[in-house]
Design a protein around this ligand. Structure first.
Ligand SMILES: [Zn+2]
Length: 109
């Protein structure tokens, strides 16, 4: 968080990451396996381990036999704040569905 000791992770993007968990998303590396369902999101690339820092070169690719690189730019990885860019379309869809199912219209008693 801002003001924290680890500068590359202290620009506020942890709030996006954690809020996205609250909105129903799992980590892109969930399950740490190439045979599991991972994050249960079909359009995020398979990823076996979380990302540390911002691996620019060589590109991080824990499944070189699959067509896409690791989603290091995704808010649901563990990359640095500078590295994060956004979500995949089906992650947006999941959050909207989870919001409608679990959050919207529920008033605390
Ligand atoms: Zn997390």
């Amino acid at each position: 968080m801002p003001g924290g000791g680890e500068l590359s992770y202290a620009q506020g993007m942890a709030a996006v990451h954690e809020t996205s968990h609250w909105m129903g998303l799992l980590h892109t590396f969930e399950g740490d396996s190439c045979t599991s369902d991972g994050d249960f999101i079909a359009d995020t690339p398979q990823q076996s381990v979380s990302t540390d820092q911002y691996p620019r070169s060589p590109a991080k690719d824990t499944y070189p036999d699959q067509p896409r690189l690791d989603p290091i730019y995704n808010y649901m990885d563990y990359s640095t704040d500078e590295c994060y860019e956004g979500f995949m379309p089906m992650q947006h869809q999941r959050m909207m569905e989870m919001w409608a199912m679990h959050r919207a219209g529920h008033v605390a008693a």
